[in-house]
Unconditional design. Structure first.
Length: 128
């Protein structure tokens, strides 16, 4: 028996997460990050998830135009204190969430599904 438990995300969590995503995108776009690994790197902030108490946020990022998502996440996590300070200046929240950056694996997962579907349509039943 498979039981699926889904987290209930409040509307407030969704609004705060989306606002953080927009501000993160602005900070990155304006080139405010001075880490050498982040200079001239295009970054996509695909999603932000906020904890129910709004004190922690996870931002899912991926590099545009190639590059290692894990190295990018590591560099962004080094810049997290500066990013949190900038978020504090642009957001008006009672508690400013601590932001953790993770590599977004959803594009890789989608590509794997595409490959499996293409193989099944062509009749090629290779080991997945």
């Amino acid at each position: 028996m498979l039981i699926r438990i889904e987290a209930v995300v409040s509307q407030r969590q969704q609004r705060v997460a989306e606002e953080i995503r927009h501000v993160l995108a602005k900070i990155i776009q304006r080139g405010e990050l001075k880490d050498p690994e982040l200079l001239d790197v295009s970054v996509t902030v695909s999603e932000v998830r906020v904890s129910p108490d709004l004190k922690n946020a996870t931002a899912f990022i991926s590099p545009l135009g190639g590059g290692s998502p894990e190295e990018l996440a590591s560099a962004m996590n080094r810049a997290a204190p500066f990013i949190r300070m900038r978020l504090g200046k642009e957001l008006s929240l009672k508690y400013l969430p601590k932001v953790i950056f993770e590599a977004d694996k959803s594009f890789d997962y989608a590509q794997k599904i595409e490959t499996i579907l293409a193989q099944s349509k062509s009749g090629n039943k290779n080991d997945y």
